[in-house]
Ligand binder design. Structure first.
Ligand SMILES: Cc1cc2nc3c(=O)[nH]c(=O)nc-3n(C[C@H](O)[C@H](O)[C@H](O)COP(=O)(O)OP(=O)(O)OC[C@H]3O[C@@H](n4cnc5c(N)ncnc54)[C@H](O)[C@@H]3O)c2cc1C
Length: 364
């Protein structure tokens, strides 16, 4: 069966990769450089810590994806020769505020209680933490540690997926946008900006924030909400940070990446000095050794959020074969998207029950 995937970010490409591995006939329309592209501006964490409060299935889904990551990365490297720089040595969350720390520990406790299979977090007070991360500053009260969490190079991941999809025989339309998607009989048609038409028996709308326009054309609500995040990168330093955190990680070439802001600014994707300065100040509180380090670059990027923060995996009731797929944490979930979400899309025997991620949960 031919599948048309609209969206060339990590979500669309993970699905395209999974489908080509099953020898499906795949066409991907990647969109243009002017689109919002979360996959090109994110923090690169593979992360379960703090995820799944109020939705144990999301916690399980995330953990399962993390468990699939080593074989996923290895397979991509074998196929494409591209190393996505995966490291899963565990992840820290550092705290300089007592109330934030207590609230976070409580939420980890609740997630663990609701999903006993989830990894067990550890709390480290300042002294315990200092033994494993000697560079922390005096303002750090403690940290939570989640074994198995980690990070990856998200741009290498995108390149590897794209190459894997190409080698798998998919047809990729770069720089093309879909302006209209409609059904005629058993076929789904996408009209591109240049009026070229593509048809397939299955269509997957995975266009990030661009899905807000396209998904309703197939009868989905298509509610995706932008949330701005800003990031900074420093000059290269000798490797000293073994564990990434939600706000600070050291990338493979030595730069320290700093992030973690969450701002409601609509579709504004420009960074601002106030947030850059708050992020830098927090990083220096955690690691005083960063105070004299040069910042090289800062940027802002829009997260693709759903109303409750959990993924939407929905096949249309009225247009069978039309899917709307979106999530935050598309890097963390790339591995499971390429395997189990693909099984669900093709309706195989190994297809998981994903009903809790249906868009219909917003009907209530
Ligand atoms: C600041 C920040 C930090 C993040 N940190 C992490 C992290 O540490 N770990 C993690 O797991 N996740 C993280 N994320 C989230 C992750 O980046 C996203 O979940 C993921 O990139 C979403 O991928 P996507 O393919 O859905 O969307 P996008 O990457 O936005 O891709 C959408 C694609 O659709 C295309 N498109 C749009 N409209 C059309 C159209 N009309 N026709 C054709 N194509 C179209 C676009 O060109 C693009 O190719 C972060 C995100 C941000 C912004």
């Amino acid at each position: 069966m031919k599948t048309l995937i609209i969206g060339g970010g990590v979500v669309g490409l993970s699905l395209a990769y999974g489908l080509t591995k099953r020898n499906e006939d795949v066409v991907v329309v990647c969109g243009s450089d002017e689109d919002y592209n979360a996959s090109r501006g994110n923090f690169g964490l593979i992360w379960s810590q703090g995820k799944g409060l109020g939705c144990p299935e999301y916690s399980q889904w995330t953990q399962k994806s993390i468990s699939l990551w080593p074989s996923f990365a290895e397979e991509l490297a074998k196929l494409t020769g591209i190393d996505v720089e995966l490291s899963l040595d565990g992840g820290m969350e550092y705290f300089t505020n007592k109330h934030e720390m207590e609230d976070f520990i409580e939420s980890l406790h609740k997630v663990k209680k609701s999903n006993s299979d989830s990894q067990t977090y550890k709390y480290l007070n300042h002294e315990q933490l200092k033994l494993c991360v000697p560079e922390i500053g005096p303002k750090v009260l403690g940290a939570t540690f989640m074994p198995g969490d980690g990070h990856v190079n998200p741009l290498q991941l995108l390149t590897a997926l794209r190459e894997g999809v190409r080698l798998g025989g998919a047809k990729i339309f770069n720089g093309s946008r879909v302006k209209r998607v409609y059904r005629s009989g058993d076929l789904y048609n996408a009209q591109l900006d240049d009026n070229k038409e593509l048809s397939a028996s299955r269509v997957i709308i995975a266009a990030g924030l661009g899905s807000a326009d396209l998904a309703p054309m197939m009868g989905f609500k298509g509610t995706v909400v932008p949330q701005q995040g800003q990031l900074l990168i420093t000059e290269k330093l000798p490797q000293f940070l073994k564990y990434p955190s939600g706000t600070i990680r050291q990338v493979n070439d030595g730069g320290i990446q700093i992030g973690g802001s969450t701002l409601d600014r609509g579709l504004d994707n420009k960074e601002c000095i106030k947030t850059v300065s708050e992020l830098a100040s927090h990083a220096v509180d955690v690691f005083p050794c960063l105070e004299e380090v040069n910042l090289l670059r800062s940027w802002a990027c829009l997260r693709v959020m759903t109303e409750d923060g959990f993924p939407i995996y929905q096949e249309s009731k009225t247009n069978p074969g039309a899917f709307f797929i979106t999530c935050h944490s598309g890097i963390t979930l790339a591995a499971i998207h390429s395997v189990l979400l693909t099984e669900w899309i093709v309706g195989s025997e190994r297809s998981p029950d994903l009903s809790m991620f249906s868009e219909e949960r917003f009907n209530v």
